[in-house]
Design a protein around this ligand. Structure first.
Ligand code: S3P
Length: 419
């Protein structure tokens, strides 16, 4: 397989969700350009509209007329978050700080995911929650005036951190959130840029009460998680070079690129620039003879969504790749430890589950089989990339699930390589 050409991946999913939420909470017009138009982002737009926000139809360039948090009202319908954990957890933080009772619902996968991680800190701030015994959805949030909180999270989670910061912002109280490791920091960046009093002290983030959030335009940078699939494709190629344009290289997101370099891949960064508060660069990725890598707890937060892809790339590396400290993979859109390992084994790859990760021993033998994605977009794309590699014939049971984060993934994959 050969890679060639250049590709601009769609807008970052995390920044896209936040651009809508901040646009609504700000006061005045906020222009959003290059937002990701995927199912998850549509879920956030839909939920905000159900809460009374005016969000135009999503396009590559539109304006949200923000009217501040008071514009969010008691909804008349459930808040359907689809497959999106970010929609659920971030907007739960906003609703918890408003005099609103709302029921959050979602698809079967989202309904199984743990929500106590957001209900506990928001309850500590004074909101009330009703959750089913399994701790997932449907989740009823009874919001109202909140009080200060100093919260120590058990896991690094940008969604939990963001829920707390947004709740404090809307309620006009102080919050401090500390995490065992730094999670992605888009919320802090976007809040600060809009005038919120946010301070960062090592692994802790604090917000002080102050006046209304300013409106501000957002240019959504290319999603590094989406770009990673193509960096992985280039890593697996026999020849060529792939240029990925306008990728967000925020250091809380780039762990996968660092690990690929450790595996021998050349990734050159060009035109590094600051765009709308985020570092962006063009990445030039060249194939290499791959060797296995070790990924531990400290590496995980900056590449949490890329670990299924890393396991697929590792299937073609020389030697062993060991991933540990990644318990969080078990509570993503699927149990990504069990699902990745069982799919790799179904293809004939030597892989095994660890309690908090996995171990993959690479080879160049032919890989043939059918992947069960469990509707998990990142599994479909990771195995899609492996399927494009030499001597692989891989069928994916549900190709459509990529619509959650990257609707044109299959088109772009086909364009980026030749057999
Ligand atoms: C996200 C945070 C991460 C990540 C998810 C998006 C965000 O989840 O896996 O895809 O936009 O805040 P956690 O907060 O559960 O780690």
């Amino acid at each position: 397989m050969n890679v060639a050409g250049s590709l601009r991946v769609p807008g970052d999913k995390s920044v896209s969700h936040r651009s809508l939420i901040m646009g609504v909470l700000g006061v005045g017009p906020s222009r959003v350009t290059d937002i990701l138009q995927s199912a998850d982002v549509h879920s956030t737009a839909g939920v905000l509209r159900t809460l009374g926000a005016h969000i135009p139809e999503l396009s590559s360039n539109f304006v949200i007329m923000g009217r501040g948090p008071d514009s969010l009202r008691q909804p008349e319908a459930d808040l359907d978050c689809g497959n999106s954990g970010t929609t659920t957890r971030l907007i739960a933080g906003v609703v918890a700080a408003r005099p609103i009772t709302a029921t959050f619902t979602g698809d079967a996968s989202l309904s199984r995911r743990p929500m106590r991680r957001v209900s506990r800190p928001l309850e500590a701030m004074g909101a009330r929650f009703e959750l089913p015994s399994h701790g997932g959805l449907p989740m009823i949030v009874h919001g109202g005036a909140l009080h200060d909180v100093d919260w120590t999270g058990e896991m690094a989670s940008a969604q939990v951190k963001s829920a707390i910061l947004l709740a404090a912002l809307v309620s006009g109280v102080r919050a401090r959130v500390s995490e065992p490791a730094r999670s992605r920091d888009h919320t802090e960046r976007m809040l600060s840029a809009r005038g919120a009093a946010v301070t960062i002290d090592g692994r802790a983030v604090s917000i002080e009460p102050n006046q209304a959030l300013r409106a501000l335009d957002t240019h959504v940078p290319g999603d590094p998680s989406s770009a990673s699939f193509f960096a992985g494709l280039a890593a697996l190629a026999q020849s060529g070079e792939l240029r990925l344009e306008g990728v967000c290289v925020n250091e809380t997101r780039t762990g996968f690129f660092h690990v690929l370099r450790r595996m021998g891949v050349r990734i050159a960064e060009e035109n590094r620039r600051l765009e709308g508060g985020e570092w962006v660069a063009d990445l030039l990725v060249t194939p290499a003879a791959l060797r296995g890598a070790t990924v531990g707890e400290a590496d995980v937060p900056s590449m949490i969504d890329e670990l299924p892809l890393l396991a697929c790339v590792a299937a073609r590396a020389e030697g062993e790749t060991v991933i540990t400290g990644a318990n969080e993979l078990r509570v993503k859109e699927s149990d990504r430890i069990t699902a990745v390992v069982s799919n790799l084994r179904a293809l004939g790859v030597d892989a095994e589950e660890l309690p908090d990760g996995m171990c993959v021993r690479g080879s160049d033998k032919p890989l043939t089989g059918r992947i069960v994605t469990h509707g998990d977009h990142r599994l479909a794309m990771a195995f899609g990339v492996l399927g494009a590699s030499r001597d692989a014939s891989i069928e994916i049971d549900d190709r459509e699930c990529v619509a959650v984060s990257y609707p044109d993934f299959w088109r772009d994959l086909a364009r980026a390589h030749t057999a």
